[in-house]
Design a protein around this ligand. Structure first.
Ligand code: A3P
Ligand code: MG
Ligand code: MG
Length: 380
């Protein structure tokens, strides 16, 4: 029987031999030319309402409102009495993306008769967040991951499985961390309006069931990707460029007071911010810098295209090319490994820091994640 923790195969720490059964995550191996990454194109969007119900439209989109120079937002406000938190015990896997695909099948079905077994013209379908984890893997030293892969009608579906360690951490999260997770969403409420002619309403309820998601198509080297990612808000100017160029990612971060904090911000935070927004082609991050008490002191814009310049002064810093080359090589590894086209077979890719990526194969197990409503709708 499967348990996420007993599937990790141990390898020697410093092998230089690349077995075809594993994939190295050593960053030196990925310091090559920047790989082809086509400009992401939005092919659609969907919304999840206050009860996490799916709608194939943009009803949940919000509009970015430029804040004051020194805003003094109190991020703690409403935590006790105006907070509805999404149930993290519910595992949605790829369901919302699959629902979107089924709803939009007529505009997605591949044209022509050359490849009849292929219902969709994509090599991979996944969440943006799973790809973000892949991009940052060569630099990650704390948290491993598990990615379940199923090949179905020649498309590879990638869905994350929570590790034992992540589940333990989630179930033992200190109260302080619960409150700090709320702060990020409260910041969004201070910065976003529901219409392009209204203002933010900080007296309202923060409900983390609500989401607006973009669905984008792009290509990384020879991998055609379809993925979806949650978008915080958009430019409210109707003359703004079309999506995803009008989207804005919101972040909070502790104010930077010491050289050490400055260096950590560049080395760790900007890596995560860059990876998350670069993938769907979101051009800017607007960051609220807060004190320890949860008051936002200042707000700053970080254009994604400027981040690689910003970090160049940092010694031993991360490199975008390493992130993208590792992701491309991982996807090639997945294509080589996951060969059986079967909706109930799962190839489970597993990684722990300082180890290689390994995998195991599971048939008709509780890891299978493609629902019958999906496989039946695609096949008919
Ligand atoms: P911050 O980004 O300000 O930290 P996102 O930035 O991706 O839109 O996510 C919105 C907020 O969700 C985050 O705000 C944070 O509060 C919370 N959040 C997202 N991912 C998280 C994670 N892995 N752990 C803790 N909080 C998380
Ligand atoms: Mg978000
Ligand atoms: Mg955000």
């Amino acid at each position: 029987p499967f348990t996420p923790s007993n599937h990790h195969q141990q390898q020697p720490r410093s092998t230089t031999i690349q077995s075809s059964q594993t994939l190295s995550t050593r960053k030196e191996l990925y310091e090559k030319d920047f790989p082809l990454y086509k400009q992401p194109v939005e092919v659609g969007c969907f919304s999840l309402d206050s009860q996490r119900r799916f709608f194939s439209d943009d009803r949940q989109i919000r509009y970015y409102v430029e804040p004051d120079k020194s805003p003094n937002f109190d991020l703690r406000d409403g935590y006790k009495d105006r907070y509805v938190k999404r149930d993290e015990n519910v595992k949605e896997r790829l369901d919302h993306i699959l629902r979107w695909i089924i709803t939009n099948l007529s505009k997605l079905k591949s044209k022509g008769t050359t490849n009849s077994s292929r219902a969709l013209d994509f090599d991979f379908v996944t969440w943006r967040g799973h790809l973000t984890k892949l991009l940052t893997t060569p630099y990650e030293t704390r948290e491993g991951w598990l990615l379940a892969v199923t090949r179905f009608n020649s498309t590879l579906y990638i869905s994350e499985v929570e590790t034992e360690a992540a589940r333990r951490e989630r179930e033992n999260r200190p109260e302080r961390n619960h409150e700090m997770m709320y702060w990020g969403y409260k910041f969004e409420q201070y910065m976003c309006a529901d219409n392009n002619h209204s203002l933010p309403d900080p007296s309202g309820v923060v409900n983390t069931n609500e989401a607006f998601c973009t669905v984008v198509h792009t290509r990384l080297t020879d991998h055609k990707l379809l993925f979806s990612g949650e978008v915080d808000c958009r430019d409210k100017d109707p003359g703004a460029p079309p999506p995803p160029a009008c989207y804005v990612e919101l972040k909070t971060s502790l104010e930077i007071c010491t050289p050490k904090q400055h260096s950590n911000f560049h080395r760790f935070k900007l890596l995560k911010w860059w990876a998350q927004s670069f993938l769907p082609g979101v051009p800017r991050v607007v960051a609220g810098f807060r004190d320890h008490g949860g008051t936002v002191i200042s707000v700053d814009t970080f254009p994604i295209s400027k981040i690689s310049q910003l970090i160049k002064n940092e010694h031993n810093c991360w490199k975008p090319t390493v992130c993208m080359n590792f992701c491309s090589d991982f996807l090639s590894f997945v294509k080589r490994v996951a060969t059986e086209d079967n909706h109930s077979v799962v190839y489970l890719f597993s990684w722990e820091p300082h180890r290689d990526v390994t995998y195991s194969v599971h048939r008709d197990s509780r890891l299978s994640f493609l629902p019958s409503w999906y496989t039946e709708a695609i096949t008919s």
